[in-house]
Design a protein around this ligand. Structure first.
Ligand code: AKG
Length: 255
């Protein structure tokens, strides 16, 4: 029997799911948006890719950072109340938007996104936890580049930034974790995974004929302050160490 899976909301999120997220550092949430929303947001992502400059991501993906600034439809996805409400329940604290990004892996791109933690790459201080929602806007089986996670690795606060383009980074910087079990999570369009910014993760290359279209909403502790470190989102802002990351650029996810 097939079961309709869409419709996870902050109110229907189970305690089990919250517990799984806290233990593993990631969780699969089916149906965070509806099929109608998938169609609208996927079309908007592909249209945006035609007119917005991608970051240079070395061919790993087309990367549209702060898509919500450019497009009103993408803004509705980034600030989607289901996603924001579920994220705050999983994280257990008030959150702000750090940034969003559309990540499109082109057909047959042959480039995995290699293992990394997100947090060491970010210019953040004073943060209890951060969480990202990775929303599938097409079906993403293993072969199209879904995410793989190392459960429990969010407890590692000692790791240096890893290079998303280099598989060796992981083997050199965290050799003991190479032998940990990994969990690969294929997603149907409209599903999402939430992951802690310290959970080690990677995504396969796209070996299929269709683009892999995902929208990622990166959320941080609402109290996060600036730590000087180069990052394309904060570089233009002229911030000083300790400045709060708040205001229009970094809105609260729920009011
Ligand atoms: O989708 C990908 O290829 C990688 C995404 C990622 O690393 C993230 O969302 O933190």
């Amino acid at each position: 029997m097939s079961v309709a899976t869409y419709g996870t909301t902050p109110d229907t999120l189970s305690e089990d799911t919250i517990e799984t997220y806290r233990q593993q550092g990631f969780v699969h949430v089916p149906g965070i948006i509806s099929p109608e929303e998938v169609a609208e947001f996927c079309a908007a992502s592909l249209a945006l890719a035609e007119r917005m400059q991608s970051f240079n991501a070395n061919g790993i993906f087309t990367q549209l950072v702060n898509a919500w600034h450019e497009d009103e439809t993408m803004q509705r996805l980034t600030m989607h109340p289901n996603i924001a409400g579920v994220a705050e329940k999983l994280a257990g604290i008030p959150l702000r938007l750090w940034h969003d990004q559309v990540l499109i892996k082109q057909p047959h791109n042959m480039k995995p996104t290699e293992y990394h933690q997100d947090q060491p790459l970010w210019p953040h201080d004073n943060t209890r936890t951060s969480i990202s929602a990775w929303v599938a806007l097409v079906d993403v089986p293993v072969e199209r580049g879904c995410m793989t996670f190392i459960p429990g690795s969010q407890s590692r606060t000692d790791l240096a930034p890893m290079n998303l383009g280099r598989a060796d980074s992981f083997f050199e910087d965290a050799p003991e974790l190479v032998w940990q079990q990994r969990v690969t999570v294929p997603l149907r369009a409209g599903d999402c995974t939430f992951h802690n910014s310290r959970t080690l993760h990677m995504a396969n290359d796209n070996a299929t004929d269709e683009p892999r279209v995902a929208h990622i909403i990166l959320m941080m502790d609402a109290e996060t302050t600036y730590r000087p470190q180069g990052h394309p989102v904060t570089d233009p802002l002229n911030l000083k160490q300790g400045d709060p990351l708040d205001g229009e650029m970094f809105p609260r996810m729920t009011s």
